[in-house]
Each structure stands twice: as structure tokens, then as C-alpha cells.
Design a protein. Structure first.
Length: 408
């Protein structure tokens, strides 16, 4: 059984050393003195060995698991993690921020989406490495990192900087803070440094303001939006059908945009979205069943129209490439023509708001929206048991949208 932070904190030492296992060769030794030490056991060249990773709570449970993953990667490369830890102390080049950043990214990208990796690759290459990449990580001061992420020109309102540019700047700075924090943690796990000067770096940035300004909520606004997207001529066929199907199914952008015809059974009015296209880490998703989406009568009608004459595996092929789906920006460009401050994700907010107002059970709504259930007991309940309820809810939702759209 895996360890939990609460159990580790509460565990009291005894008059002898006690071993607490986290599984996968990671364990903790609790000494009579109260010292708690993380150990990773492994075999190298036929010999059983142990690697001391660090002491709790300086090295958290999460960090210990990351350190174990780093040791496994070394083993996969044919290297002895224990010997490497000792050798690195005598390799000055291993202390450069750039080298440690590349090592962190190699560990971080395991089981993560390519798009996510590309974002942090860009942040490193454009905003961080040109400034501090060649520096010894021990020589980097917090004031330098503060100056790196807190460029006043980016955050101060001005006539020359539009609001959306300022928002992008803050988002980029937050990503920089995340990268820096994780890289310095990685350096601690490798034994290069004793503490992180990047801890809680995001606190120096302006606090982001969250609002629902990108989602229309009022009934009259929803009516106007539904009527606008049903108008002909403002977009190509793929974008038009995407925007008209999305309100009915309220999935995430990629989940609908990259759909292929082999996922659908129009006769049964069913759609099964592959788990790997759903939100979540690849490792967690690969063993999950596909996400079930009941298709209301209105959606089946739209899909039959869309399929007529189609020569692509994708429902929404790009205008000049039938083997690629439309980009995530294409529907947004179309929406902006109507001057709505509406995002694609906003359709999910609309659905959640109105379905709750209509007293549909929360667990049915959450199951259909593919939200992770925090109630582990309920989460293990066979979601197929909700199938009839979800079919009824989705048809009722489609009928309600049609009623709103037909309002004058």
C-alpha cells in the first residue's frame, strides 16, 4: 500500500528502526531519534544496492517519488544511480542551470502530452535559458529570478499594451515560475544544492483576476449565441458543424475537434471518446475505458448531414488537408466575428450552470462532463449504471437549447 503524507507525519518512532514501504522499491526508514530517511533499493550488475535520497520532511513524499523516477532513468541508461550521485559532485559542468533543466525536462515529459512538453520547452528556450542557462546553479540568487519573471514592462497597464497582451505576459511568467521551481527541486534531489531560491516565486507576480467574462450565462445571451452560430456563411463546413454540435455535447475542445467517425454509432446514438484524448496524464488514461457520450436526436441529425459527402476520417477536417482536423483557433476566430466574449470551454460552463439549475443530480452531470470524482467510493461505481440517466439528461438538455434558440 502506498504511503500518504498524513500517515508519515503522524507516525511515531519506536526503540528500533522501522521500515515503511511506498512500493516500487521506495521506502522510508524511521529511526529511534525520529529521523525519517528515504531509501531507494535497486539492483545493478547483479548486486543489490541502496540509494539514500534524502530526509523527510525536507524531501516530501512527492519529491521522493520523483527522485526514484530519476534513479530509474539512470538505470535504464545503464548507469548506477549511487555512483552517479557521487561522481556528479566532481563534475562542475553538471551544475549549470541548463544541464539540470534538460535533465528535469527528460524526467518531466514521461507520460505527459506532447503539447504540454512543447509549452515548457518554449518557456525554457525563449525566456529562461538565454538569461541563466550558462550559470552555475549554486550561484543563482533569488533576486535574479525575481527580476527574470517580474519584468515591470509586461505587467504595468499602458496605452501600448493591450489587456490581452498583459494577460499573456502574466500567464507566461507563471509558467516560468513553475519551471524554475521544479528545476531547483530537481537540483536538490540530485544533491547539487541544499535549498531552492525559486520556492514560491509566483508570489512576486500580480495576482491573476478570474472572472466569467469569457462565458455568456444569461438566458437572453445564450439565445443570441445559439442563434448566431446557426446562421449560415460565417465559417467553413467543419467549423460551422463544430460550433453547432459543441453546445449539445459540451466536451473539451480537443475531445470534439479531433473526433473520428469510427468512434460513433449513429444508429445507437452513441459516441465513445478514446480515453487517451480525454484530459489527464497519459499513464492514468491508457487503462481507462472510453468516455460515453449519448447523442441527442438533434446531434444525430447534424452528424448525418456532416457525414454526407465526407472523404475524411475526421469529423472536422481542415479546409486544405483532409487528414488533419481543424485547429483549436479556428472556432474561436469564427466566434469573434459575432463579438461574443465566449470561449469554447465556456460551453461547458453554460451546460454545468443550467443543468444544475434544472436539478439534475451532480454526480450525473460530473460523469457526463468527465470530471474526476473526488469521492473515491463513488468514482469506483460502474458509470454504466448512469447510462440511462445520462441519455435522458442529454436529450433534455438538447431540447432546452432548441427552446432557447427559438426564442425571439
Amino acid at each position: 500500500m502506498k504511503l500518504k503524507d498524513a500517515a508519515i507525519k503522524a507516525f511515531e518512532p519506536s526503540d528500533k528502526v522501522i521500515k515503511l514501504s511506498d512500493g516500487a522499491s521506495l521506502f522510508m526508514l524511521v529511526h529511534p531519534s525520529g529521523t525519517k530517511t528515504w531509501i531507494y533499493a535497486y539492483r545493478f550488475e547483479g548486486k543489490q544496492k541502496k540509494l539514500t535520497l534524502g530526509q523527510y520532511p525536507n524531501m516530501s513524499l512527492k519529491d521522493a517519488r520523483i527522485a526514484r523516477q530519476e534513479a530509474r532513468i539512470l538505470l535504464d541508461r545503464g548507469l548506477d544511480p549511487g555512483a552517479e550521485k557521487q561522481t556528479k559532485k566532481h563534475r562542475p559542468e553538471q551544475f549549470t542551470f541548463s544541464a539540470i533543466a534538460e535533465d528535469w525536462l527528460a524526467v518531466y515529459k514521461v507520460n505527459r502530452a506532447d503539447k504540454t512538453i512543447a509549452i515548457y520547452r518554449h518557456v525554457l528556450d525563449v525566456h529562461i535559458l538565454p538569461e541563466i542557462g550558462d550559470m552555475n546553479i549554486k550561484d543563482i540568487k533569488r533576486i535574479q529570478l525575481v527580476g527574470l519573471v517580474k519584468d515591470n514592462k509586461l505587467f504595468e497597464p499602458s496605452k501600448d499594451r493591450a489587456r490581452h497582451e498583459r494577460k499573456i505576459a502574466i500567464s507566461t511568467a507563471l509558467k516560468m515560475c513553475y519551471c524554475l521551481g521544479m528545476i531547483f527541486k530537481h537540483a536538490i534531489n540530485l544533491g547539487h544544492i541544499e535549498y531552492s531560491v525559486a520556492a514560491e516565486l509566483s508570489t512576486v507576480l500580480p495576482e491573476p483576476k478570474y472572472s466569467n467574462q469569457n462565458t455568456v450565462i444569461k438566458p437572453e445571451e445564450v439565445t443570441a449565441l445559439l442563434q448566431a452560430i446557426r446562421m449560415p456563411g460565417y465559417a467553413n463546413k467543419s467549423v460551422w458543424y463544430f460550433l453547432n454540435i459543441m453546445p449539445y455535447v459540451f466536451l473539451r475542445n480537443t475531445e470534439l475537434r479531433c473526433a473520428t467517425w469510427d468512434e460513433f454509432n449513429l444508429e445507437a446514438a452513441e459516441w465513445y471518446v478514446p480515453a487517451l484524448r480525454m484530459k489527464g496524464k497519459k499513464q492514468e488514461q491508457q487503462n481507462k475505458p472510453p468516455h460515453f457520450v449519448p447523442l441527442a436526436r438533434q446531434v444525430v441529425t447534424l452528424l448525418r448531414e456532416l457525414k454526407e459527402g465526407s472523404n475524411s476520417d475526421f469529423l472536422f477536417p481542415a479546409a486544405y488537408h483532409k487528414n488533419k482536423c481543424i485547429t483549436d483557433a479556428a472556432p474561436l476566430v469564427a466566434l469573434k466575428r459575432f463579438e461574443f466574449s465566449q470561449t469554447i470551454h465556456g460551453f461547458r460552463t453554460i451546460a454545468s450552470t443550467y443543468l444544475h439549475e434544472q436539478n439534475f443530480p451532480t454526480h450525473i452531470i460530473e460523469a457526463q462532463m468527465a470530471h474526476k470524482d473526488r469521492n473515491e467510493v463513488r468514482a469506483t461505481y460502474n458509470k454504466a449504471e448512469y447510462k440511462a440517466e445520462r441519455i435522458a439528461m442529454m436529450q433534455a438538455w438538447a431540447d432546452y437549447l432548441d427552446m432557447l434558440r427559438q426564442n425571439s
